[in-house]
Design a protein around this ligand. Structure first.
Ligand SMILES: Nc1nc2c(c(=O)[nH]1)N=C([C@H](O)[C@H](O)COP(=O)(O)OP(=O)(O)OP(=O)(O)O)CN2
Length: 165
């Protein structure tokens, strides 16, 4: 199928956050990254001869990045991570040999199974689809790809086909 695309990767599409991931039957220590985000939207051109307004796409994505900025990214859909609310607004996080007790306000709870770069891309994609739907910006799009760079040139990517039924 022939289609047009836009790709955006401006400086403001980033967030600084801490996380830990589970893999190979263990849990990492909490550590931080400066995450960067790149987006690609494919679809038909609108009457304005663009797939989607760069300015709108950047604005919506920057808002989502701000939701992920300056906190500890905590997965709420993991079988390997248990979360318990404690007194004084504390959250206890247990996974394998690790136990972290953090102030609840420092935690950014995400409905994902692991906070890998891939799953952060998936989460951002879901949030962006919601935002685009809310401003009728989805109608002509065929697909959306979100890429999250965790460390230098290490990207996790989620590609979503958009169905219009
Ligand atoms: N496919 C993926 N692989 C890995 C991911 C991921 O999200 N997707 N994440 C990690 C870890 O979170 C790790 O922290 C990656 O960061 P990096 O700095 O590259 O890790 P290192 O320990 O190698 O580097 P240091 O400089 O020693 O911290 C692993 N894999």
């Amino acid at each position: 199928m022939n289609h047009f695309a836009v790709r955006v990767h401006p400086g403001e599409l980033h967030f600084n956050a801490a996380h830990f991931i589970t893999f190979n039957g263990s849990c990492e220590n909490i550590h931080g990254h400066n995450f960067h985000v790149q987006l690609e939207a494919r679809g038909e051109n609108t009457a304005d001869a663009f797939v989607i307004d760069f300015v709108l796409l950047n604005k919506l994505a920057a808002q989502i990045c701000s939701e992920l900025h300056d906190g500890v990214l905590v997965p709420t859909a993991s079988d390997e991570v248990s979360l318990t609310e404690r007194e004084e607004e504390l959250l206890e996080i247990r996974s394998y040999d690790k136990r972290f007790i953090l102030s609840r306000s420092s935690c950014i709870l995400l409905p994902v199974a692991n906070t890998t770069a891939e799953m952060l891309a998936y989460h951002i994609s879901n949030r962006l689809i919601e935002s685009l739907e809310a401003c009728q910006g989805l109608g002509n799009l065929h697909s959306l790809e979100v890429a999250v760079e965790e460390a230098d040139q290490q990207w996790g990517i989620y590609h979503r086909e958009i169905s219009h039924v």
